[in-house]
Write a protein that binds this ligand. Structure first.
Ligand code: CTP
Ligand code: CA
Length: 235
């Protein structure tokens, strides 16, 4: 029994992972998105699944098909992803927000395909999307004393500069427990690759720097950190 528990250290835990880049539609055939491949989120979901967790993967646009053996929820836009995540929070033990959520969406979503018109120029107006990670933080803060504390929350931060300062600022602003910072300007790290190099930050600062390795190996180490900090490793 102990051997079994040792290989499935997330058994009994309900985990929600978001992956991919959101698609923000302008009309039925056009949209704004980003370079996220979904690979980091997939690796995190697969690692949790293999450690015995009950995994829900909320998936936006991704390059490849999502992994098997978990509950898949499609969410195209940031607004759809917000809804999909928030309704599941009460029954979730850990949330990992690996998705690249578009910060803005077109102000108007046209019902039919836009025509080009006579003008040589087109100005697209964008409006801010809801911040899902921040909404999760606020949901936890609003929980009454009698209610559960809510899930353990892990956010991501894609940065090209001042990684530590930006990551720690994001953690406190969004009220999450850990931030996984990606230096997307680094070779072999971030969007589209099978490898990643990240730094994991807590409220106190750097928790661990994970050198360049497979996204799956990064995911395994991340779950080990989550288990330890969430107090899931038992007495
Ligand atoms: N995120 C989110 N909802 C948004 C934007 C971001 O939930 N509307 C989440 C991402 O899933 C990620 C984290 O917030 O886990 C950080 O995303 P990032 O783009 O690095 O941070 P932003 O707060 O959007 O700041 P900026 O893009 O200006 O650096
Ligand atoms: Ca952003």
């Amino acid at each position: 029994w102990e051997l079994l528990a040792g290989s499935r250290p997330l058994a009994g835990k309900r985990v929600l992972v978001t992956a991919g880049g959101t698609m923000e539609r302008l009309d039925p055939v056009r949209y704004i998105t980003n370079d996220s491949s979904g690979k980091m989120g997939f690796a995190i979901a697969e690692a949790a699944r293999d450690q015995g967790a009950d995994v829900t993967l909320v998936c936006a646009r991704t390059d490849g098909p999502p992994p098997a053996g978990l509950r898949l929820v499609k969410a195209e836009s940031a607004e759809e992803m917000l809804e999909a995540v928030m309704v599941r929070l009460p029954e979730t033990d850990a949330v990992v927000k690996a998705a690249a959520v578009a910060d803005y969406r077109p102000a108007v979503r046209h019902e039919s395909k836009m025509k080009k018109g006579a003008s040589e120029r087109l100005t697209l107006e964008l409006v801010r999307n809801p911040d899902i990670l921040q909404a999760i933080g606020e949901w936890r803060r609003q929980g009454s004393a009698a209610a559960v504390r809510g899930p353990f929350v892990v956010g991501f931060a894609a940065e090209t500069n001042d990684v530590e300062r930006n990551a720690v600022e994001k953690l406190s602003r969004k009220g999450c427990d850990l931030i996984v910072a990606n230096d997307v300007s680094q070779e072999g790290a971030g969007f589209g690759t099978d490898t990643n190099a990240v730094q994991v930050y807590g409220a106190e600062g750097l928790v661990e720097a994970l050198p360049l390795q497979s996204k799956r190996a990064v995911a395994e180490r991340l779950w080990a950190i989550v288990r330890e900090r969430a107090g899931w490793n038992g007495p």
